[in-house]
Ligand binder design. Structure first.
Ligand code: GLC
Length: 670
């Protein structure tokens, strides 16, 4: 190693275990280079010396990236953000977040991938590879059980071992395959011990079980006692913590912490400094190309949820009205993942007019006039009426709406649209039935009050600075939508397991255990508005010719054909679910264990191949304290969504008897 822990005095060592400010590590009295860390998952959030945000490429939120189901785009996303980081002098990007979307109320769902651990882990892994390919480090976060914002600094997530291993650890375990330079602990306690002091979590699971050999950084101001965090193998306490020096020195004198434990943490910081110094930071995209990458990802993730009478794509020569401010300036999420971009988007009305030169495309502000609908004075009422008069007789009205604000440190209070947007839709329907609703939100929305009355719904998500270019391209059919939902959309918040219960402020019991998202709805027999993995295209796809080849005891190669039966080129996300038909423990109806996104020209057929292995069949046995696959029959289900299974095959797992437990009974996991 280039830097030797013995070069440092005790004070220098301890100073190295916390920042010197929000974003930098100590130089140990000039003996060491400093590391500069920066948020975030949706683009670079960096501040200048006056605390003013620097401009960077506002990429789509990770929730939108997840809707692309595209591993290559996940890599491209990370690579693009790393370009900004390299250009602006950041060494480590504090991303990606892989916390599971256990409740649609969570304010930070826009920063995370999915309700499913496999989809989350695989896309995070590719994102990390993309970032680190440019010589920029990452911070896989927040480990673990940070699944809502309410009470995040105090409320303990009480999670059983199966749920921890199968749901909450799992995305981290998969993403660690990309060897992130750092992992960030969560704010919250897990089973009664703060994540920052939870040695079982940080050393027992992350380091010893999963083999993580990088640096563990605390979430910002998440450390309660510095020496306890260091003993739990946190290596870097961020940001600068004035208690760290006195706290650690006193603990050392009392024998609560040893010099060896301190040196281990210091050595991990020195290793990271060396990694940063040796990194070959490379910029490979111009600013314009980074913007184009943002547009490309947005195009692939924006999801078409309804398209009655094929009202979309819009036709040149049509007579349309665009309604709502969000068509000019789409919203994103707030908090550490916010990105300040200097890119000025053209309004949708303008972009549609450019793309449909023979169409008539009008614009009206819409919503705000309706906000005052009930108490409107005469002028505002007239304004509101103008919106409806404008809408009357149009071939279609494209209405931009959103739910509650989403961001860090708070949760949504409901999952419906903002009231004025529900009223806007209600009122517009009196004047025109051909409504196309564009939802500028990043987590599930309860659309049950209006979904049956409108002709089309486009889930725009938080798609970054390329939103309007991507959306307008989809609306006119230049781009064939190919996004699919990475979280279930319930009919009603009460249909979710947690509903509006958010713990008692001190403890939240994860009594849903492994039954999260579609795993819950399917087991509870609750219908959802739109299922996990659902999304429409302008194309149609047929599935055929399922073949399953066993290549080892629990290894299989699954292959199947997909045909684009339409006359429009498009892309299809096919999903591979595995069902353990009979088991000694209760298991979900099915679990996602593979997926591919396949681009198909009109009429084209391609063969898709997905590999399954031991972990595709195993569950986490708390009796054996390991992953365990039981002998017996498993269904292999190929779906266009979790609820649209197109092909089903069966395999038998037949492991040696000494790898199996005696069975007194079996669950039928239907
Ligand atoms: C925040 C977030 C974390 C972020 C860090 C630095 O509180 O929880 O995701 O990277 O602090 O802003």
């Amino acid at each position: 190693m280039k830097y030797d822990v013995n070069q440092l005095t005790l004070e220098e060592k301890i100073a190295l275990l916390t920042g010197i400010n929000e974003w930098q590590t100590s130089s140990a009295n000039g003996k060491l280079p400093q590391i500069f860390v920066s948020d975030g998952p949706n683009g670079l959030q960096m501040f200048d010396e006056n605390g003013v945000r620097k401009s960077a490429t506002a990429m789509p939120a990770l929730s939108l990236l997840a809707q692309t189901w595209d591993k290559e785009l996940a890599y491209l996303d990370g690579e693009t953000i790393a370009n900004d980081a390299a250009e602006k002098g950041a060494d480590i990007l504090l991303a990606p977040g892989v916390n599971i979307k256990r409740t649609p109320l969570n304010g930070r769902n826009f920063e995370y991938f999915s309700e499913d651990p496999y989809l989350s882990g695989v896309l995070a892994r590719e994102f990390i590879k993309g970032v680190q390919s440019r010589g920029i480090g990452t911070s896989l976060k927040h480990f673990c059980g940070n699944n809502r914002e309410k009470g995040r600094r105090v409320q303990s997530s009480e999670i059983d071992e199966r749920a921890l291993n199968e749901i909450y650890y799992r995305p981290f375990e998969i993403a660690l395959e990309a060897k992130p330079w750092t992992v960030m602990c969560a704010y919250n306690p897990v089973n009664g011990v703060y994540a920052s002091e939870n040695k079982k979590l940080l050393k027992g699971v992350l380091r010893d079980k999963f083999g993580f050999d990088g640096l563990i950084v605390s979430d910002w101001a998440s450390v309660q006692s510095s020496y306890k965090a260091l003993k739990a193998t946190i290596d870097l306490i961020m940001p600068y913590n004035e208690d760290t020096l006195p706290n650690v020195k006193a603990a050392l004198e009392k024998g609560y912490i040893t010099m060896e434990e301190i040196d281990t943490c210091v050595t991990n910081v020195l290793k990271l400094i060396e990694k940063v110094q040796n990194a070959n930071k490379q910029i490979n995209y111009t600013k314009e190309e980074r913007h184009e990458n943002a547009v490309k990802i947005a195009k692939a993730g924006i999801t078409l949820l309804k398209n009655e009478e094929n009202i979309l794509p819009l036709k040149d020569g049509g007579n349309y009205l665009v309604v709502g401010d969000l068509s000019k300036k789409p919203i994103g999420g707030l908090g550490s993942a916010y990105v300040q971009t200097d890119y000025e988007q053209k309004p949708i009305k303008e972009l549609l007019q450019e793309k449909l030169p023979n169409a008539q495309v009008g614009y009206d502000k819409g919503a705000c006039a309706c906000a005052d609908w009930a108490g409107a004075n005469r002028v505002k009422l007239e304004y509101a009426k103008r919106c409806y008069v404008e809408a009357y007789g149009k071939d279609a009205v494209v209405v931009f709406v959103s739910g509650d604000t989403e961001g860090e440190s708070f949760d949504r209070s409901h999952i419906k649209l903002k009231r004025e947007y529900e009223e806007l839709i209600e009122n517009l329907l009196k004047y025109n039935k051909n409504l196309i609703i564009v939802v500028n939100s990043a987590s599930a929305i309860d659309m049950s009050d209006w979904i049956d009355d409108v002709k089309a719904v486009v889930y725009e998500g938080f798609s970054g600075e390329g939103t309007n270019e991507a959306l307008s391209s989809i609306l006119v059919g230049e781009t064939n939508p190919s996004g699919k939902l990475a979280e279930s959309f319930p009919y009603d918040l009460d249909d979710t397991f947690t509903g509006d219960y958010a713990g008692d402020g001190f403890v939240e019991w994860y009594n849903d255990s492994i039954f999260v998202g579609y795993r819950y709805y399917e087991r509870a027999g609750i219908d959802v508005l739109f299922p996990f993995g659902y999304g429409l295209s302008y194309s149609k796809f047929a599935y055929s010719n399922l073949k399953i080849e066993q290549t080892d005891k629990t290894d299989f190669t699954v292959s199947y054909d997909i045909t684009n039966t339409s006359d429009v080129d498009g892309a299809e996300v096919s999903q591979v679910y595995v069902k353990d038909v009979f088991s000694m423990v209760v298991r979900p109806e099915q679990e996602l264990k593979g997926f591919e996104k396949t681009f198909l020209k009109a009429g084209e057929t391609k063969t898709v191949s997905v590999k399954l292995d031991f972990r595709s069949f195993a569950y986490y046995s708390t009796a054996l304290d390991r992953w365990h696959a039981e002998n017996g029959v498993f269904e292999i289900r190929i779906g266009a969504s979790s609820q649209d299974i197109r092909l089903v095959g069966k395999v038998n797992i037949e492991l040696e008897d000494d790898e199996q437990q005696s069975q007194a009974f079996v669950y039928y996991n239907n």
